[in-house]
Design a protein around this ligand. Structure first.
Ligand code: GLA
Length: 385
């Protein structure tokens, strides 16, 4: 009986997807195959898809092959009601025209490289200066603006989507052909989204991959995020100059508005007269994560939203995390359901190597050589309180 009801429920869910979403299934007959829907064509006429990774607990991620982008993430609140907790657009056009990096995979180099240049093995490389004097998020056409190849790798215990992209030698000024794989996983029994990054190169290069989701755990993507309570497992951060390039210093957070070692509302100190907050127009900085073990996934951040009760834990293998409080959102980006995203209506927790590492010998290295494999992982884990 229970089995019949479950089957009926699953069948009904799938029928609803077909009706509302126009989806087909990558592999009919197998329950684990991902529903896939057409997401339109790019301006260049390339077809783009979106895939649904869900579990039976009301947790659902939708990922597009455009930019290997997380376009929607439905997460239950403390009473079990799911709501979308990430900013984004309804249409592919939104992502193609947008300049906020909503949900995108960022590469070849996440965050800034000073003056769009770096030296590797004595050779100077020039990158696009697309953010004042600096190169931001991989240049003019970063990985978030490329169409990736998607392969359904779902297993009995998880929904899995692997996205691949080959970045040519010299693309956006970076040396070496880089083969990148980004894998999104939603495990059957857990409300979490895992992202695994892998890359190989045929020449020495630099790599720093991340995801640029803007979260608003209230489920109301029009509300500001200032009452979200944040904890960061970091006793130091990397202060920046007026163009948001790290000075090279690792500064202690104690006694400053950058101290999130105990949970604090994002808005509690954001308007304090602090030079670093002034440079960032709020928080837009890299924190140096504490490691209690050498390698592996460790909790970097914990966020609690009091009205919905949603909790987000961010786990990563990376040494740093960029906490960005959505300071450049100003209502001009009009997203899902016609919602204009006003100032600080989303926050990002971008797991990463430190910004501008190729120009700082004292930062963990971002160099990748032929024969090596770049591997990092991040988990966005949800619960309620
Ligand atoms: C990152 C940067 C910010 C900003 C956003 C996108 O988080 O650090 O300065 O560029 O991306 O707007």
């Amino acid at each position: 009986m229970v089995l019949m009801i479950t089957r009926f429920a699953v069948g009904f869910f799938l029928l609803t997807l077909v009706g509302v979403f126009g989806v087909t299934f990558a592999g009919r007959g197998s329950q684990n195959k991902l529903p896939v829907a057409d997401f339109g064509k790019t301006k260049d006429g390339v077809s783009v898809s979106k895939f649904v990774l869900a579990n039976s607990k009301g947790f659902e991620a939708i990922v597009s092959s455009y930019g290997a982008t997380l376009v929607s993430l439905k997460v239950p609140d403390r009473s079990g009601r799911p709501a979308d907790v990430v900013l984004g657009y309804d249409s592919l056009e939104g992502y193609e025209n947008g300049s906020s990096y909503f949900g995108g995979t960022i590469g070849r180099y996440g965050n800034r490289i000073a003056k769009g240049q770096f030296t590797l093995n004595g050779q100077l490389f020039h990158l696009p200066q697309n953010d004042g004097p600096n190169c931001l998020h991989g240049g003019k056409i970063g990985f978030n603006k490329r169409v990736w190849t998607a392969v359904d790798r779902s297993r009995a215990d998880a929904q899995v989507l692997e996205l691949s992209y080959t970045s040519g030698d010299g693309e956006e000024g970076f040396p070496g052909q880089l083969k990148v794989h980004v894998t999104y996983t939603v495990p059957a029994g857990k409300n979490e989204l895992r992202i695994d990054y892998e890359a190989t190169t045929d020449k020495d290069t630099v790599v720093n991959l991340t995801n640029h989701s803007y979260f608003n755990l209230s489920g109301n993507l029009g509300a500001d995020i200032l009452r979200h309570e944040l904890l960061l497992h970091a006793r130091k951060f990397t202060p920046v100059d007026a163009t948001l390039i790290p000075t090279g210093e690792l500064r202690v957070v104690a006694g400053t508005p950058f101290d999130f070692t105990k949970s604090k509302a994002i808005g509690a100190r954001i308007e304090q007269p602090d030079e670093q907050l002034k440079f960032g127009h709020g928080y837009d900085h890299n924190w140096v994560l504490e490691r209690t073990k050498q390698a592996g996934l460790q909790t970097a951040a914990e966020v609690f939203e009091p009205t919905s009760g949603r909790v987000l834990d961010v786990l990563t293998t990376e040494p740093g995390i960029q906490f960005y409080s959505g300071n450049f959102l100003d209502g001009t980006a009009v997203g899902k359901g016609g919602q204009a995203y006003a100032h600080r209506t989303g926050f990002c927790l971008e797991t990463q190597h430190f910004p501008d590492s190729p120009n700082h010998a004292n930062f963990p290295s971002t160099e990748l050589k032929p024969g090596q494999t770049y591997r990092t992982s991040t988990i966005f884990r949800f619960s309620t309180r």
